[in-house]
Design a protein around this ligand. Sequence first.
Ligand code: HSE
Length: 412
Amino acid sequence: MKVAIMGYGVVGSGVAEVLKKNHESILKKSTLSQLDLKYILDIRDFPGDENESLLVRDFNLILNDSEVGIVVETMGGLRPAFDFVSACLRAGKHVVSSNKELVAEKGFELLKIAEEKNVNFLFEASVGGGIPIIRPLSQCLAANEIDEICGILNGTTNFILTKMINEGMDFESVLKMAQDNGYAEKDPTADIEGFDACRKICILASLVYGKHVYPEEVHTEGITRISIADVEYARDFGGVIKLIARAKKLDENKIFAMVSPMLVPGESQLSTVDDVFNGILVKGDSIGDVVFYGRGAGKLPTASAVVGDVIDCARSSGKKKFFGWGEGAPGYVADYLDAETSLFIRAEAENPCEALDAAKKTFGQITLLARTAAPGRELAFITPAATERELRTKLETLHILTPLSVIRVAES
Ligand code: HSE
C-alpha cells in the first residue's frame, strides 16, 4: 500500500521523516508487505529537499491513484483540507489528519462519509500532539462514563505562561521562541486567544459525550490579558495560572464546555504541567482520575501520533473501526454563566480598605491575597463559590472598585 502526505509543513515533514526513519519496524507493525510514501502534496517548492522527487502540486494525482490507500492530511485550515479529505474518503481511501480545525468544525460530516465508505478517518494527533488521548478515550476507557475532562491542551500558551511565571520573560519574546520551535500555529492568534484549545476540547467532548460540539458553542478566553501581577497573586495563593479547557457532563442532553485562564491550586496535577507539555485529566466513573501527560506540540511528537494512525489504518485495511460521534444539537452546551466557580479578582480603588469591606459585605467570606511592591491602590481577593452569573452581577454593584483582572479558580 502507498501513502500520500498533503501539506509539507512542520508536521507533514515530520511524518515523512518518521516513516523513513522507522520504516522497517513500521512495516512489520502494519502487517503489510509494503507501506511506502508515494506523494507529498504542497504548492511550495523545496529545492534540494530529500523528498523533492515525491513532491506534487496536483491533488488529483493522489485522488486518482488506486495504489494510494492512506492519505495523511497535515495542511491545517478548513479549505481546501475539507474538500480534499472528503474526496479521499469518498474515493475509498483511509485518511489520517492532525488538523484540529477540520475535525472540530467538520468531524461529524467526515466521520459520516468514512462510515458510508467503510474506511477510517483517524485524528489522534489533533489533540495533545504526541500524547495518546483519542484512542485511550474511545477504546481503553470506553467502559467508563466520563464525568469530566480538564486539560492544558495548548503547548504554545503553556510555554509562554511557564516562561512568564518562572523566568519573568515578556510575552512577545516567548511567543517568538514558540514560533521558532514550531509549536505555534501559522497565525498564533489561534493559540493565544484560546481557539486552538477550544477546537481540541470540542473534539474530546464530541468523542466522549457522543454529539458534535462546535467551537462557536464554547465560551473561549485566551491569555493575552494575563499580567505578571496576576501571576504573583496566584503564587501567594499557592497556585499558577494556566489556560484550561474543560468539558463536563451535566445530564444526557447537556454538557458544560469552556476554555479560559484559571488559577490552578498547587495540589492539582495540572499545576506542574509546564513548558510545551500538555496534561489532560480525565475523570471516569470506574477508573477515577487518570492523567495523560506529554509533548503537546512539535514536529516529531505530533508525527508520532499521525504515523500511529497510519499503522492502525494499514492493519485494519478493509475493516472499518467503530469510531465517531453523532450530530450536534441546539442548546446542548450549557451557558457557562450558570456554572459554579470562585473568582480571583484584582482591582484598584481610591480607598482599598473601604473597597475590601464592601467586597466582604457583597461576597461574604473572601480570601485576601498579597504581592510585594503592589501599587497602593491595588487589592486582590478570591470570592466564595457561586454561579458565575451571581458573582459577576455582584461585582457590577461594587462601584467602589475597578476590576483589572477576573480569573476563574479551578478546583484542586
Ligand atoms: N499550536 C499548537 C500548540 C500545536 O501549541 O499546542 C499543537 O496542536
